[in-house]
Design a protein around this ligand. Structure first.
Ligand code: FES
Ligand code: FES
Length: 277
């Protein structure tokens, strides 16, 4: 008579799987779930092994809980909280992880990718947006902090096909090369003009106790110093901002090549200065 290796573990479902005699209760249940029948225990374990599972692992992998619990998706974090954002005049009700930055909410949840992620650490200004009229680094702002505020991104500045005057001025003055920093530069520049309208002083203002009424190039450079441009389009950016500030009056180019006579004069002046030292 043949020896039964698991006499006490014969599966109750053995009647349904007459050839599965020898499976433990768990193994028989797993076989039923997988729709497998007609295998010896050796064949069954070999099958699980080929699938990279032990019978215990198989139980876990195919358990009800594993089937029932869907993997959390990127848009429905487990600890989501409701956040309502007003962006470019539109209301968006979102479910966000409380740690979501305004930058990620705009780019990843609202597909407003005009706002750029540069450093993600408040160093470059590429992520600048306008929040209630003030420029704001969206990488350092939690989306939840911007609830109830009016947020304007680069996508919200143009009026249909008509560019915002600052956008038009950047184009006219060639205020960009690769363009990566440009959305942040333009948002920053638009809000900068609000600061000047209020007379806000800056680090380079001669008298910080008095409202600033004149926007010198030094004021523009200082106020835009948080927006880095690796392409070095700074002179054109300053010209574009001054252009809009002055109401679009044509401004002379801020640079030109010197001609040969000027170059010679400069060299002579330098030699004289060097000799005098
Ligand atoms: Fe926000 Fe650089 S990405 S400052
Ligand atoms: Fe390239 Fe500014 S235009 S970084």
């Amino acid at each position: 008579m043949q020896h039964d290796p698991h006499p006490s573990q014969a599966a109750p479902g053995a009647a349904e799987f007459p050839h599965d005699a020898g499976l433990s209760d768990d193994e028989a249940a797993l076989a039923r779930r997988l729709g497998i029948s007609g295998l010896s225990r050796r064949e069954f374990l070999a099958l699980l092994s080929a699938a990279g599972l032990s019978s215990a692992g198989g139980q876990i992998a195919f358990s009800d809980a594993a089937f029932a619990a869907p993997a959390p998706s990127a848009t429905t974090p487990q600890n989501a909280m409701p956040v309502v954002l007003q962006v470019n005049g539109q209301r968006h009700a979102l479910q966000l992880d409380p740690r979501t930055t305004l930058l990620d909410a705009l780019r990843e949840h609202l597909a407003l990718t005009g706002t750029k992620k540069g450093c993600d650490h408040g160093q470059c200004g590429a992520c600048t947006v306008i929040v209630d009229g003030e420029r704001r680094l969206s990488c350092l702002t939690l989306a939840a902090q911007a609830e109830d505020a009016q947020i304007t991104t680069i996508e919200g500045l143009a009026d249909g096909e008509r560019l915002h005057p600052m956008q038009a001025a950047f184009v006219q003055h060639d205020g960009f090369q690769c363009g990566y920093c440009t959305p942040g530069q333009i948002c920053s520049a638009v809000a900068l003009l609000n600061e000047i309208k209020r007379g806000d002083a800056s680090h380079v203002s001669a008298d910080v106790s008095q409202p600033v009424t004149e926007l010198s190039d030094a004021e523009v450079r200082e106020r835009m110093s948080g927006n880095i441009c690796r392409c070095g389009a700074y002179p054109k950016i300053v010209a574009a901002i001054q252009d809009v500030h002055s109401g679009g009056a044509p401004r002379p180019l801020t640079w030109r090549y010197v001609d040969q006579s000027e170059l010679t004069a400069l060299k002579l002046a330098k030699e004289v200065a060097d000799d005098a030292v």
